[in-house]
Design a protein around this ligand. Structure first.
Ligand SMILES: Cc1ncc(COP(=O)(O)O)c(C=O)c1O
Length: 394
């Protein structure tokens, strides 16, 4: 097995499709908030694999559950029941208020794909063949499949793949008038992130989300909330929309659900979920025993250790300390999904690279802003150490 960074990079260059602009580090081990690279160098992980390993690396409860399940039953087809999937569905449904149904898949994009197909099915059943349009926001990120790319409000990512599926349109984020101008009888759903994560960590205002709910009710459109990045404790509550008290019709999630084991989920309230008939949607791996068992372990730990509340407290500490740094002009984002704005003259990419060299993993979410998404169990000492590294770099 190749073990040096140079060997791994050569192998990657020769055999892996070059779709990623990777940084020159290869990680080989993790524990909690720590990562180690091929040279044994230690890092503080304040990115969590892009908000995935919310319980930290190698969490013992999740590791034990995965190992036990691997020795028992890894996979059976969705042509049959398995003894884990419905238990995860029941737990998620309870977290979302009850009375809903869940479809399991393998990623965030697939969770959103399910939401879009379900919204179209529901819209066309209730509003006729023209009600299939989906409105989303500029600056959003909903995935890289052709359909979720069509919903992603970033024209530069869409350009290369035209023509994209039709029936998608974007309007300004957090602007109710812009939305009201386009939601007509052809619109099946409005799809929004409670906090635009990839777009730069921009939270939607509570007034906006309440206004969207009312607009959707008046015009018979569904309200889809994309919680792929914000869901499961990241913002200091189980779901980002809970900060506002708004109740969506469909909620998608993925990243944190398996703490690194790929699993996504699309929840819908019962009447909406009923628009899917048997055979309308399916995926081979969705909710298979291994992934579902990882999710069950994640939910167990998150509930037992009150992880969303811990994220809220840790997020306050992180944001307070970041705001005091020279060179940081603004700090935004709830809980442990935080951006530090460096101002125009700073190149966030350069700062992120220098942090990496100094043992701190984070990313430049925009050319001027750094994103912090550490494990939700991050300790006060780790927060202080990470902010200390950034302070020295700045
Ligand atoms: C809000 C949101 N939706 C969807 C996705 C796509 O998820 P995936 O990369 O698992 O397909 C992401 C990924 O960053 C996301 O942040």
């Amino acid at each position: 097995m190749p073990s040096s960074l140079a060997e791994l990079r050569a192998l990657d260059a020769e055999h892996v499709m070059q779709t990623y602009g990777r940084l020159p580090v290869a990680f080989v081990r993790g524990e909690g908030t720590r990562l180690w690279d091929t040279d044994g160098k230690e890092y503080l992980d304040f990115l969590s694999g892009l908000a995935v390993t919310s319980l930290g690396h190698a969490h013992p409860d999740v590791a034990d559950a995965i190992a036990d399940q691997a020795r028992t039953l890894l996979h059976v087809s969705n042509l049959y029941y398995n003894d884990v999937q419905p238990r995860v569905a029941a737990r998620l449904d309870a977290l979302l208020g009850g009375g809903g149904r869940v479809f399991f898949c393998n990623s965030g994009a697939e969770a959103n794909e399910c939401a879009i197909k379900l919204a179209r099915r529901h819209g066309q059943r209730h509003g006729g063949p023209d009600r299939y349009h989906v409105i989303s926001a500029y600056g959003s990120f909903h995935g890289r499949t052709l359909t979720t790319l069509a919903a992603t409000g970033q024209p530069q990512k869409q350009e290369t793949f035209q023509p994209l599926p039709t029936g998608f349109r974007q309007v300004a984020f957090d602007d109710l008038d812009a939305l009201a101008a386009v939601v007509d009888a052809r619109v099946a759903a409005v799809m929004l992130e409670p906090v635009q994560g990839e777009g730069g960590v921009h939270p939607a205002s509570a007034e906006y989300l309440h206004g969207v709910r009312q607009l959707c009710d008046e015009r018979e459109a569904l309200f889809v909330v994309d919680e792929v990045q914000t869901g499961l404790g990241r913002t200091g509550k189980w779901f980002g929309f809970e900060h506002t008290g708004v109740q969506p019709d469909i909620v998608t999630m993925a990243k944190a659900l398996g703490n690194g084991v790929p699993i996504g989920a699309c929840w819908a309230r019962e009447e909406v979920a009923g628009a899917f008939a048997a055979g309308d949607h399916a995926t081979t791996f969705g909710g298979q025993p291994l992934a579902a068992r990882a999710a069950l372990a994640v939910l167990d730990v998150m509930e037992r250790d009150d992880v969303p509340a811990r994220a809220a407290r840790a997020g306050d500490r992180l944001s307070e300390r970041l705001a005091k740094l020279d060179g940081v002009v603004d700090v935004r984002g709830p809980g442990l999904l935080v951006a530090a704005e460096l101002g125009d003259e700073r190149a966030a990419g350069e700062v992120a690279n220098a942090c990496l060299e100094n043992g701190l993993v984070l990313n430049a979410v925009t050319p001027t802003a750094l994103r912090f998404a550490p494990p939700l169990l991050v300790t006060d000492d780790e927060i202080d150490a990470a902010v200390g590294i950034l302070a020295r770099v700045l």
